[in-house]
Ligand binder design. Sequence first.
Ligand code: ADP
Length: 535
Amino acid sequence: MALAFDEYGRPFIIIKEQGQKSRIRGLEAQKTNINAGIAVSRILRSSLGPKGMDKMLQSPDGELTITNDGATILEQMDVDNQIAKLMVELSRSQDYEIGDGTTGVVVLAGALLEQAEKLLERGIHPIRVAEGYETASGVAVNHLEHISQKYDFSASEIESLVQTCMTTLSSKIVNRCKRMLAEIAVNAVLAVADLERKDVNLDLIKVEGKVGGKLEDTELIKGIIIDKDMSHPQMPKWIDDAKIAILTCPFEPPKPKTKHKVDIDTVEKFQTLRDQEQKYFDDMVQQCKDVGATLVICQWGFDDEANHLLMHRNLPAVRWVGGVELELIAIATGGRIVPRFQELTTEKLGKAGIVREKSFGTTKERMLYIEKCANSKAVTIFIRGGNKMVIEETKRSIHDALCVARNLIRNNSIVYGGGSAEIACAIAVESAADKHPGVEQYAIRSFAEALESIPMALAENSGLPSIETVTAVKSQQIKENNPFYGIDCNDVGTNDMQKQNVFETLIGKQQQMLLATQVVKMILKIDDVISPSDF
Ligand code: ADP
């Protein structure tokens, strides 16, 4: 700020542009950033594990979400701080790459930041901390590979896949039906998987939900279902061996595109126009019948008169079907989407063994099932549940389970869960620290301590005395040289995770450690934060 005088001698103050920016530098910048990151991870900590709590989030327009999924919680939280946004991104990357472990990755990053703060206070340079973390994460990731096990499965022997998906589902709200949902997810993935190429296209699995019924009514349909019904109530509700015309062009007489004026001054003229329109539409229906179509699925609508005519001519039709659904129907039935009516030919029709309409409860809600499709690769998971929130949360949980099954098909290595893998890695990292002569050794040891925060959180959330439990498990692992001991969250009576069948995928766990380290290193290397200030 500077004091100046105008030509009449009146004083005024000049505020420099620079003054409107706030700036934090050096150690203070690191500490502020670390605290922001820790704050975000503390929110998720209580959601980790099978006994983790759920969060209720309200969006600005009042919609409620109840969830246990880390990525969803952070996504909906609408954080303002830039470093907090990095943590949101972290969870999102885990979701994008692996699909599961989104809470764990943020909790681990938070623990690494907490340890880093202590190291900085002891006067260790942030770069030394970052380098130590990098070395330690390398050791941990290698050790994971070392303790991992190959799990064999085939299309007929799916138990191991189901068990792994169950571990994912056990921490979700839907864990009541985890066995059933895990089986559905595994069967869905196997239906679309290419086991030889070890590839799964999850786009071929459609997850659809409808309020009503029970969670137990959720089913896997080898085909497609769409939330639509036949355009006329008197059209057949069941079509065997359907030949489907899939249209993205209007199924009605063409409308004049620019402004035209048609003078109709006599009844006869009106009649002629009407007849002509009707004939045009009649021809369209005939053309469909000529190519052999027994069902028409349109992206657009048609008016009531056309609807009536379709019913009369015995050509069932479905209108207003979305583009994504049309694409799926085309893939599943081996048909082609027809963008111009003139292009409709017999070869372009999709084929399905059964197309049926099913109604639900006492309501007028109906859905269309397209089953026994020519190319049966596309499948649908149809979720039922008491309210919209349950259905949305089930969709998210199923997504996690599908991702886990896909990851296992890509790479069938697993590690054991319940914090056992983290404790085993912590032991390996600690012994690696002893061999390091430099200052990094402190950072490496801190990394090991941060790894233990996962079993700590699991124990804490299950109501167990955390420090006692984790130290007991750790010494058991060392004494028996067995990396399978973890936290017995569900009070089963054994903490051998191999016996409890609590598995996680190797690539998922490795990704968690790599991503968390990466983000923490990034935060530690920021020593200057310049941002527009509030005034
Ligand atoms: P994320 O979103 O990271 O997957 P979850 O809330 O699903 O977080 O919790 C996953 C953690 O819970 C993993 O560390 C997993 O090993 C652990 N876990 C899951 N089921 C059990 C169980 N039955 N017993 C002990 N730990 C479990």
